[in-house]
Each structure stands twice: as structure tokens, then as C-alpha cells.
Design a protein around this ligand. Structure first.
Ligand SMILES: Nc1ncnc2c1ncn2[C@@H]1O[C@H](COP(=O)(O)OP(=O)(O)OP(=O)(O)O)[C@@H](O)[C@H]1O
Length: 263
């Protein structure tokens, strides 16, 4: 059965005419595209095309020399990552970035810190009226743990977990922030087929259940074409194409630059 493409009209985030360079290296040149509320948006392209740089611009880690980022209608000036996070943008990294000695639950709780009212972590965790707040935060984390089916490892130090599960814990931590926009940098990298299938299912479930808008970088074209509503293709820091998976797949320039070669 062929399912009709999902249609999304409301723009959640727009990047407009972004150029970013490092010394003489032009990582991004005049890139514009949008991410619409509720969609799964993929960013693809060969190694060094500028995909991770683009995510870093979106979450405020890199500040482009030219162009602007507009999130929920507001043009952003030189924003820091923690501010982007507070505004509702969360991300995971190409190489898992968790606290390896801490348990799954505690790692997920760190994703919750931004939501805590108290300034002092210890107060938020243990004392007085903050105790109720902490219980609520824990309950939310437990809900995510159930959702991502990682109950069995909630007490395990994440450094002891296989890579595929660490990636899932990282996703859980990002979800603990209750983001409106979730950025995933190669969520399936280093995974076997079964782990990729699991992760694909969880990404679709997160999008469906929480209504989270998702932008992801991924090299596995099967996964990209199955998951995404729309795909933007970068090549040497420039935008090569932008459209539905079918449009991108049949674009000759994309085939020549990227899809024609093995990944
Ligand atoms: N912090 C940095 N300092 C200097 N150059 C950088 C920096 N970050 C990225 N670059 C350069 O910008 C270009 C784009 O890199 P980027 O990591 O964004 O590509 P990518 O498409 O994510 O690649 P990959 O698929 O290999 O992860 C590359 O030439 C890279 O060397």
C-alpha cells in the first residue's frame, strides 16, 4: 500500500542565507531551508558536506558570519546552546556524549535540569518543597524510560552498555528536555541492522506520540528515505536539493554527487 505523503504547513525553524567559514574553510555557503512543525526532516550529503556544522548553527554552537536563524518566528542573534535548549531545541551527538560512570536514569535526569526551577542542583534533588518537584521530574524520566523500553538498564552505568543502547539513552536524555525540535546527529551510526530498525521505530514513535519535530543527519539512505517527510541535500557546503524523498532520489545532481556512490 502506498501511503500519501504527510503535509506540514507551519514553519518551526528557518535558516536563511547561512554562510559559515573557519579561517579559509567554507563549511556552509548561502544555505536556506525550513523545518516545519511536526515533520521529520533529514539532512544528507557526503562527508564534509557541512551537515554537522548546520546542526551546530541551529543549536547555537556555531555562529555563522552571514544569515539568520528564525525559531518560532523570532530571529535569533548569537545564541548560546543552553539558551537554544531552554527555547526547546535538544540534540544528540555523532559520538555518544553521556556521563559514562552514571546510571541510565541519572543521565536522563541531567536532561531534566533545565526544567528544574531551583538554581541549586542539590536543593532541587533533596530538600524541602523541591522534593515534590524532583519526584515529578523522576516520574517524567520513568515515562521516557518505559517509552524507549530501557527499564532493564535504568540502574546500569551507561559506560557498561552496548553502543546501540547508549544511543538510545542519549535519545532519552534529549527527550527529557521535552524539546519542540530534536536534532539527531547520525542516530544509527555504528549500529547493526536490528538496532537500526529499533532506533527507526523509536524515532517514528517519538514523532507520533510526543509530536516532536525532528531533524536528523543520517548516511543510511534506506533509513532516511523510510523515515523522512522531507530531505535537504548538502554538498561541499552548498544546498544541492530539497524535497520529498522521492524528489531527492530522482534528482540527477543528487545521484551524481551522493546517491550514486556506496555509503
Ligand atoms: N570547528 C571546526 N574548525 C574547522 N573546520 C571545521 C570545524 N567544523 C567543521 N569544519 C569543516 O567544515 C567542513 C564541514 O564539516 P562538517 O563536519 O559540518 O561536515 P559533515 O557533512 O557533518 O561531515 P561528516 O558526514 O563527515 O560528519 C569540513 O571541511 C570540516 O573540516
Amino acid at each position: 500500500m502506498v501511503t500519501a505523503p504527510r503535509v506540514f504547513n507551519e514553519v518551526l525553524l528557518e535558516v536563511r542565507r547561512i554562510s559559515l567559514s573557519f579561517g579559509g574553510v567554507k563549511a556552509l555557503t548561502d544555505i536556506s531551508f525550513d523545518i516545519r512543525k511536526g515533520e521529520i526532516r533529514a539532512i544528507i550529503g557526503p562527508n564534509g558536506a557541512g551537515k554537522t556544522s548546520m546542526l551546530n548553527v541551529i543549536n547555537g554552537f556555531y555562529h555563522p558570519q552571514e544569515g539568520e536563524v528564525i525559531f518560532k518566528g523570532e530571529t535569533r542573534r548569537a545564541m548560546r546552546p543552553h539558551k537554544a535548549a531552554k527555547q526547546g531545541i535538544a540534540r544528540t551527538f555523532q559520538n555518544v556524549a553521556l556521563f559514562k560512570g552514571m546510571s541510565t536514569l541519572d543521565n536522563i535526569m541531567t536532561g531534566r535540569l533545565l526544567k528544574m526551577r531551583s538554581n541549586v542542583l542539590l536543593q532541587a534533588l533533596y530538600w524541602g518543597p523541591n522534593e515534590r518537584e524532583e519526584i515529578e521530574h523522576r516520574a517524567f524520566c520513568e515515562e521516557i524510560i518505559d517509552f524507549l523500553e530501557i527499564q532493564a538498564i535504568r540502574k546500569t552505568p551507561v559506560g557498561k552498555l552496548p553502543y546501540g543502547l547508549q544511543k538510545r539513552v542519549e535519545l532519552a536524555r534529549a527527550l527529557a528536555m521535552e524539546p519542540e525540535l530534536l536534532l539527531l546527529d547520525e542516530p544509527m551510526a555504528g549500529m547493526n541492522v536490528e538496532e537500526k530498525e529499533d532506533m527507526s521505530r523509536f524515532i517514528l514513535d517519538v514523532n507520533d506520540h510526543f509530536g516532536t519535530t525532528i531533524a536528523l543527519i543520517e548516511h543510511d539512505m534506506g533509513v532516511v528515505m523510510d523515515l523522512s517527510d522531507r530531505v535537504v541535500v548538502l554538498d561541499y557546503g552548498r544546498k544541492l536539493a530539497d524535497g520529498t524523498p522521492d524528489e531527492v532520489r530522482s534528482n540527477q545532481e543528487v545521484v551524481d554527487a551522493y546517491l550514486g556512490v556506496a555509503h
